[in-house]
Ligand binder design. Structure first.
Ligand code: PMP
Length: 457
């Protein structure tokens, strides 16, 4: 395609996007005033737009890409599956691809999580976990356990149940009349501690607050729902060491289930296959999505124990069935992609080889300390949040209207990287396959963009 044809095609797509699409989490008024970056193809860890520009995929196409794009082994697995069947249902039927995928998932899951319930998004996996936890207690006759505990700043997806246990006011407050009530405990956000304390003298007072919630609602809590180690969507809030283990102990002491939402943290993202491993925690329910298919196709799963599974068993007429299921649950194409991605993780020893990449990224981000508008750099594995501040000494925040994070991302595009911020937090979530050299390049682009974008603010 010559340049004129390319430009013409770009303009036609731009016009059509503006005529027909409504983009998620996007203020469309502003969107319609700007020229969109239209992704046309990809190669490895680079995205390529309709004008032929190449960009490092700095946020793994919304936190899900693992091995890069157009990975021959995953492409072939999907094509092989296409030659058999693209979709068949799991309602009353089994399928080869879903069996093989569940087997692979159970083999790497934390001990005890042997049952896999498939769905198609992180949010649906969370809905399923909430309903399973609730019904489990009902079926056991512990019918008073109808409430959930969750953490302020938590994010579990955008469906109404997931929003009910979510804790990000900006996204969730307006829907309050639609939600069921959840008991929200204070956020373990050390940089801006909601209790006004600091580690280690606080003795992890935020965890004590969760215990108080359990004590006040004794016998009422079905489950605690938490993003293990890092709250992603609220700005990569890294929990103090030992926090998750405390949550497990609290659940055990108070007869509640522990739901760990590994949608963002799963599949190597924090440096181990699952984040819970780092605290030796075994959840009763675990949700996964995003990286499950290597970032190829929508697939999610809610994993649970034989104990929870057993509560639902009974004769047909007992009606103990879990009455929940999505049309595309366990879609064979997605399951084939997932099995291939998990096999690649094993073959290439992706998790075992992560520490050098994590360290390379950490080192490359060290100069951030010298930037006057960087308040804190938070990193867990290949999950990074760089919090921008108006004033480093007072930690004063930029005004929402200034869109400081967004400005940084626009600068980064000029330098060849795609980023997406969370408010005033610049996020880096590179594909796990990104090389040390590419990670260094991504870090350099990010820091230069922060400097350029914040200088006039
Ligand atoms: N849970 C967590 C921890 C997430 O980060 C996300 C998505 N960012 C979700 C759930 C929702 O996943 P999905 O967008 O696939 O519904």
């Amino acid at each position: 395609m010559d340049d004129t044809a390319r430009l013409e095609r770009h303009r036609r797509l731009w016009k059509s996007d503006h005529a027909h699409l409504w983009h998620p989490f996007t203020q469309m008024q502003g969107w319609l005033e700007e020229e969109p970056l239209i992704v046309d193809e990809a190669e490895g860890v680079y995205l390529v737009d309709t004008l032929g520009n190449r960009y490092l995929d700095g946020v793994s196409s919304l936190w899900c890409n693992v091995h890069g794009h157009r990975v021959p082994e995953i492409d072939e697995a999907i094509q092989r599956q296409l030659g058999k069947v693209a979709h068949s249902t799991l309602l009353g039927l089994a399928s080869t691809a879903s069996i093989e995928c569940a087997e692979a998932l159970a083999a790497i899951a934390p001990p005890g999580l042997t049952r896999v319930f498939f769905s198609d998004a992180g949010a649906t996996a969370v809905e399923i976990a909430l309903k399973m936890a609730f019904q489990h207690h009902q079926l056991r006759g512990d019918t008073g356990r109808t409430e959930f505990v969750s953490i302020r700043g938590g994010y579990h997806g955008d469906t109404v149940g997931a929003v009910s246990v979510g804790g990000i006011d900006l996204f969730h407050r307006i829907f309050e009349p639609l939600l069921f009530e959840a008991n929200h405990a204070p956020q373990p956000y050390c940089y801006r501690c909601p209790l006004g304390k600091s580690l280690p003298s606080c003795g992890m007072a935020c965890a004590d607050e969760v215990e108080k919630v359990f004590a006040a609602r004794e016998g009422r809590i079905a489950a605690l729902v938490i993003e293990p180690l890092v709250q992603g969507a609220d700005g990569m809030i890294v929990q103090p060491p030992g926090y998750l283990r405390r949550m497990r102990e609290l659940c055990d002491r108070h007869g509640a289930l522990l739901v760990c939402d590994e949608v963002a943290t799963g599949f190597g993202r924090t440096g181990t296959m699952f984040a819970v491993e780092q605290e030796g925690v075994r959840p009763d329910l675990m949700t996964v999505a995003k990286g499950l298919t290597g970032g190829y196709l929508p697939l999610a799963a809610t994993l649970t124990t034989e104990a929870v599974f057993a509560s639902f068993l009974g004769p047909f007429e007992s009606k103990r069935t879990f009455f929940h299921g999505h049309t595309y649950a366990g879609n064979p194409l997605a399951c084939a992609a997932a099995a291939a991605s998990l096999e690649l993780m094993r073959e290439r020893r992706i998790v075992e080889r992560l520490s050098a990449r994590i360290e390379a990224l950490r080192r490359a981000l060290l100069p951030a300390e010298r930037l006057v508008h960087v308040g804190e750099v938070r990193q867990r594995g290949l999950m990074v949040g760089i919090e921008l501040v108006k004033d480093r000494a007072t930690r004063a925040e930029y005004d929402y209207a200034l869109r400081a994070g967004h400005r940084v991302c626009l600068e980064a595009r000029k330098l060849g990287a795609i980023l997406r911020p969370l408010g005033n937090v610049v996020v880096l979530m590179p594909p796990l396959a990104m090389s040390e050299g590419e990670l260094e390049q991504l870090a350099a682009i990010t820091l230069a963009s922060i400097e350029a974008a914040t200088a006039p603010l």
